[in-house]
Design a protein around this ligand. Structure first.
Ligand code: ATP
Length: 227
């Protein structure tokens, strides 16, 4: 089901964190389609500073942030937020959500957007049970990943019920009725694009045109990244 874009000041705010090394059309379609399908007011794109879950990205945070800004510059519904890049401490998602909750107040629905691969690893995240006290989670399908959104309820519903306040929702409208606590799988156009694929093609001298925005590709070339 599709909800018309909502300019309402009370509509949910989407949050898409990532290493964005580099940002690509998979990220941008996830942000764009979640806005449309979930009726979000806008999506915050939040490049990580020093991600706690993985090795440091190849590219400095300043450059990943610059590429995200270029990618989002002509879309009024996308806002790049340097909250994690500017943080002095590691970028745990729960800390970022706590800061966003302070910024937007207790009542505003916040929706953490995740691909199915990211959601499948959720129970390894720092204070993961607390995420549901701070935001809803919306989970997009991702090609090549076995945890397609349709199968996620079976995978994690027991853990959710046992350890936290999270509950699965079956319709986007439910996200407006509470500030946090729901998990909603949703379908997006499947795009088998990953930052790893972009990096490996670039380092092999192969084309990545039409996988990332031209402005990001120009930045990569002019800053001699991923060579
Ligand atoms: P890498 O290949 O370096 O692991 P990535 O392409 O997965 O990177 P991230 O910045 O780690 O990019 O992803 C940020 C978020 O975007 C995650 O929740 C991830 O699941 C989601 N995401 C990334 N690419 C896609 C895609 N093609 N389809 C759906 N979700 C995606």
């Amino acid at each position: 089901m599709t909800i018309a874009p909502d300019s309402n000041r009370d509509a949910p705010i989407g949050i898409l964190g990532g290493t964005f090394d580099p940002i690509h059309f998979g990220h941008l379609r996830l942000a764009e389609e979640s806005c449309e399908t979930l009726g979000l007011a806008r999506v915050l794109l939040i490049p990580s500073g020093q991600p706690p879950h993985r090795a440091a990205p190849a590219t400095p945070a300043k450059e990943r942030l610059a590429m995200a800004r270029l990618a989002a510059e002509d879309n009024a519904a996308m806002e790049v937020d340097a909250i994690e890049v500017n943080a002095a401490t590691p970028s745990y998602t729960v800390h970022t959500l706590e800061r966003l909750r302070e910024r937007y107040g207790a009542a505003r629905p916040l929706v953490l957007l995740l691909g199915a691969d990211a959601f499948a690893g959720l129970t390894t995240w720092h204070r993961w049970q607390n995420l549901f006290d701070l935001a809803h989670l919306a989970i997009a399908n991702r090609p090549g990943h076995p945890s397609h959104a349709r199968h996620l309820p079976e995978l994690l519903s027991d853990a959710l019920a046992a350890h936290c306040n999270g509950r699965f929702a079956d319709r986007p409208e439910a996200l407006c009725a509470a500030p946090s606590g729901l998990v909603l799988p949703f379908e997006m156009t499947p795009l088998a694009i990953s930052a790893s694929l972009i990096r490996s093609r670039l380092s092999a001298g192969r084309t990545v045109r039409y996988l990332i925005p031209d402005s990001v590709l120009d930045y990569i070339h002019s800053h001699h990244l991923y060579t």
